[in-house]
Design a protein around this ligand. Structure first.
Ligand code: FES
Length: 160
């Protein structure tokens, strides 16, 4: 990875946005990458704006990978105010935002974020709506208690 990209990732990680669960979320998506073991969960909450249902807020949890966290931080800001369709139309590179082009070995990190977004926003992928903070499993809960109705999609199983 080149130094400029490392600097941009570190800058994004210096003040990561939208980390953690989102109480009262309308949609949740969880994806995993079987190759590197990374998992990422995205929560989305909508609001009505000018007669349209737009994303009010999105948050995420992830285990460890700096690039995935940086992309998720930028992407959750980027999709605010967009409809689900507009958010789903964003390409992997667009979600990485100001990080710029990622090297081939890191593209899957951005695809993890894209996959979580698809998992949350595409109706056929929807997980059960979280009932509230007390009942919303964290990403760690899902690992330790996997039978709580969480649908985990592994990216390499998806047909793209
Ligand atoms: Fe696999 Fe970043 S190294 S998601």
């Amino acid at each position: 990875m080149n130094d400029d990209l490392q600097k941009r990732i570190r800058a994004a990680l210096a003040s990561p946005q939208n980390m953690g669960e989102l109480a009262g979320a309308d949609a949740v998506g969880t994806v995993g990458n079987a190759d590197c073991g990374e998992m990422l969960r995205l929560w989305v909450k909508f609001k009505e704006q000018n007669g349209k249902k737009v994303i009010d807020r999105a948050t995420f949890q992830s285990f460890g990978c700096e690039t995935a966290i940086a992309v998720a931080s930028l992407a959750t800001e980027l999709i605010r105010g967009k409809t689900a369709e507009e958010a789903l139309a964003l390409k992997t590179g667009e979600l990485a935002g100001e990080l710029g082009p990622l090297p081939p070995m890191k593209i899957h990190c951005a695809q993890l974020v894209e996959g979580a977004l698809r998992s949350a926003l595409e109706p056929q992928n929807a997980e059960p709506k979280p009932a509230g903070p007390a009942n919303a499993p964290t990403l760690l809960d899902s690992f330790s208690k996997p039978k709580e109705g969480v649908k985990l999609t592994f990216l390499d199983e998806e047909k793209r």
